[in-house]
Design a protein around this ligand. Structure first.
Ligand code: NZQ
Ligand code: ZN
Length: 389
């Protein structure tokens, strides 16, 4: 196991009705002038907006608001949010929604106290200072409620890139599984696929003898695969939603990833799909992750066999480990298809002729490869996109 430092300072308020504590939690985090940030309207339709507003006003907090975050959040609204935050002298940014809203809130929080262009943080500059951010989560998926990351699409260039900084981990996150009852099945399945991808990016490691985190990864994968079908059958199944919601946080707050190298190549491959076709991030991962696995499984076949036998229930063929590895990947694809996820370019409207553009957007070269378990150069990237056709 590698040396590591791990600090996950987020307070999680989990369970029914916990959103009523939002005002109290903002106060305890030192906020008094709040920017409430949200998406395209689901929180108004569900009544959550009114409950959160009431909780904020109950504590005498001053509130301004900015809605309209779209999935795969854009830079334009972030600039608006930064200007609003400065004008209103906001000292706390509250995200009510999913990963897109949280990431946009993090960008505003970092940009509001930065003199340069906030997009610098999406070109490699680490965020070291930011307004505090709080979250009321409405979809278990991206794990942004417990992560130090944010992903934004630059509207001018069409490039979707991640930024990070430990200060971006939210001060608190309210997780009420009942808030997920209104999720369309496709969003639940995309979210769960994203969780599986977050675990797999960590599972495929070059670090040896990391049994605890391997087992934690496997537990999260098995849980997602048992709970998602229940949620798809009955979105009001509280316990299934609850297990899925906590799985989404654990999958990405790095408890499963400490002390080991992580890959992250599949996420980079996916970001070009969501940037070009505005596809849901999880759906893009359902297309790219299996393609990546097929391309790299010779790199450490034993690790793929471990996944196949422990998670996908394959019998190990000791005479031909590769056949077990490939069967595991097939079973992963079958699971994704069973929950309504696309697994090919055609199903998400992606086009073969755009592959050169995607390779270019990835920004890789022979000298600057992406991924750790399998460092990808431009030829690898192109070949993996072709495997997803
Ligand atoms: O905008 P509204 O009207 O709220 O509708 C949203 C949106 O259309 C809807 N929704 C959310 N909660 C709902 C609901 N509809 C009904 N009932 C509810 N309770 O769901 C749609 C998708 O929301 P979005 O926030 O885009 O989903 P998700 O949480 O999957 O976030 C995806 C974004 O997160 C980024 C992705 O790249 C993508 O841009 N990621 C962020 C990460 C991070 N910050 O750590 C890591 C991830 O790997 C990921 O890259
Ligand atoms: Zn993801």
């Amino acid at each position: 196991m590698d040396n590591f430092t791990f600090c996950s300072p987020t307070l999680f308020a989990f369970g029914r009705g916990e959103e009523r504590r939002t005002g109290e939690l903002v106060r305890k985090s030192g906020g008094s002038r709040v920017l409430l940030h949200y998406g395209g309207g689901s929180i108004k339709r569900s009544g959550l907006y009114d409950r959160v507003m009431a909780a904020l006003h109950e504590q005498g907090l001053s509130v301004c608001e900015l809605g309209g975050v779209r999935p795969n959040p854009r830079s334009g609204l972030v600039y608006e949010g930064i200007a609003l935050a400065r004008r209103e002298r906001v000292d706390f940014v509250l995200a009510v929604g999913g990963g897109s809203v949280i990431d946009s809130a993090k960008a505003i929080a970092a940009g509001a106290v930065y003199e340069g262009d906030f997009l610098d943080f999406y070109k490699g500059k680490i965020v070291t200072s930011s307004l505090p951010v709080g979250v009321v989560l409405t979809i278990p998926a991206a794990g942004s409620e417990g992560s130090p990351n944010t992903v934004i699409t630059n509207e001018k260039t069409g490039v979707k890139k991640g930024g990070r900084g430990e200060v971006l981990r939210p001060r608190f996150a309210v997780l009420n599984p009942e808030l997920c009852f209104t999720l369309p099945p496709y969003q639940s399945a995309s979210g769960a696929t994203d969780m599986m991808a977050h675990v797999l990016e960590r599972y495929f490691t070059t670090t040896q003898n990391v049994e605890l985190t391997d087992r934690l990864c496997e537990a999260v994968l098995l849980t997602v695969m048992s709970e998602l079908p229940k949620v798809l059958r009955d979105p009001t199944d509280y316990d299934a939603q609850a297990n899925l919601m906590w799985a989404g946080t654990v999958a990405h707050n790095n408890s499963c990833g400490v002390g080991r190298t992580q890959d992250w190549g599949s996420h980079a491959l996916e970001h070009q799909l969501s940037a070009l076709y505005d596809v849901a991030h999880g759906a893009g991962l359902a297309v790219m992750f299996p393609a990546w696995m097929r391309y790299v499984c010779h790199r450490d076949t034993a690790r793929f066999v471990k996944l196949a036998t422990r998670v996908f229930g394959c019998e190990e063929n000791t005479a031909d480990p590769m056949s077990t590895a490939l069967e595991g990947i097939d079973r992963f694809v079958a699971f994704l298809r069973s929950v309504g996820m696309p697994t090919t370019f055609g199903e998400i409207g992606a086009r073969e002729q755009d592959i050169p553009r995607m390779v270019e957007l990835m920004g890789v070269s022979e000298e600057k490869k992406v991924g750790v378990f399998f460092p990808m150069g431009p030829r690898d990237v192109e070949a993996i996109y072709r495997l997803a056709l």
